[in-house]
Ligand binder design. Sequence first.
Ligand SMILES: NC(=O)c1ccc[n+]([C@@H]2O[C@H](COP(=O)([O-])OP(=O)(O)OC[C@H]3O[C@@H](n4cnc5c(N)ncnc54)[C@H](OP(=O)(O)O)[C@@H]3O)[C@@H](O)[C@H]2O)c1
Length: 346
Amino acid sequence: MLNVAVIGATGYTGVELVRLLLRHPQVNIVALTSRQYANESFAQIFPSMVGHLDTVCTKFDAAELVDRKVDIAFTAVPHKTAMEVVPSLLERNIRVVDLSADYRLRDVGVYEQWYQTHTSPDLVNSAVYGLPELYRSKIGAADLVANPGCYPTSIAVAMAPLVLEKLIELDGIVLDSKSGATGAGRSAKTSSLFCEVNEGFKAYAVTTHRHTPEIEQTMNELSGALVKVNFTPHLLPLNRGILSTCYATLKPGVTQSQVDAAFETCYASEPFVRLCHGGNLPNTAYVRGSNFVDLGWVVDHRTGRIIVVSAIDNLVKGAAGQAVQNMNIMFGLVESEGLTVVPLFP
Ligand SMILES: NC(=O)c1ccc[n+]([C@@H]2O[C@H](COP(=O)([O-])OP(=O)(O)OC[C@H]3O[C@@H](n4cnc5c(N)ncnc54)[C@H](OP(=O)(O)O)[C@@H]3O)[C@@H](O)[C@H]2O)c1
């Protein structure tokens, strides 16, 4: 059995981690941390947990986690806070899956350009980018896994087969993504108020969203070239879900059957990637609560472009579910353990 701690357990990804970990047969939840809710029981904070978990939240204290014999900690805290706590965990031989952006970008200069000064740059080199479908072989031995961002996950899985098989031009890629409101976290802010989100639909952070360098980093690694993309996120009046619609120009002569084969080959044995066949396209409603990425694609013969659509639950494959998938790989467990949830529909 693994002793697990969730740092920042009272945020949206924290409580989603707890929901998934509770059904994991190889896990004991031994510590949940929060500043605001220290000394309160988890079931008191989240009535959905009544009858499932009455652990009392504590303030983060790395030494106490050693006393509780923690094997792995999930850091589900904002960026900047993550790099303040992760070194103290690794120093104590506690392996980490970090859900923040602090260790995702391999180039510290790029991180500092888009975020802020990095306070533990020495750990960046040893961090493994935890997207199992693309980097599985590196995750098993990692002590620090940088769990990918929600938008980058939905886009990387959608675009990887086309980039790896060199079926598309690398310039002119347009990534149009829409996310539910939990993507912004649980802390109070005007832009997340019901009346600001409900019955509206807007683009935000156009050309400036911080997931842009992460998306380009994966594209660069898969293609061996320097890729620049147009990434435009939108806010949907939904609690959960991301739908990404990705546009690229096919190289001359590329056929529909080559495109189909690229997706089939890339994801034939992936437990969490579901391909939509027969012209069907994904819908966030069919992945809610699950770790699936649903993918559909259409070749536009008129314009010579391909449109790939992906749907994920931002809190599961976009965060907590992928983090548990990474934990399973790190500890040699069955990769889908604890994650075989049927999506919540309707
Ligand atoms: N939401 C998503 O869909 C999503 C997807 C992928 C990745 N992520 C990443 O996962 C991390 C957690 O996201 P979230 O959406 O769960 O955030 P959240 O809802 O805002 O929760 C943040 C958690 O961290 C704790 N915390 C500790 N230090 C903090 C600080 N200095 N400022 C604010 N909170 C602090 C909070 O509890 P206390 O304030 O009580 O300490 C809370 O438990 C972030 O890095 C985020 O970028 C989120």
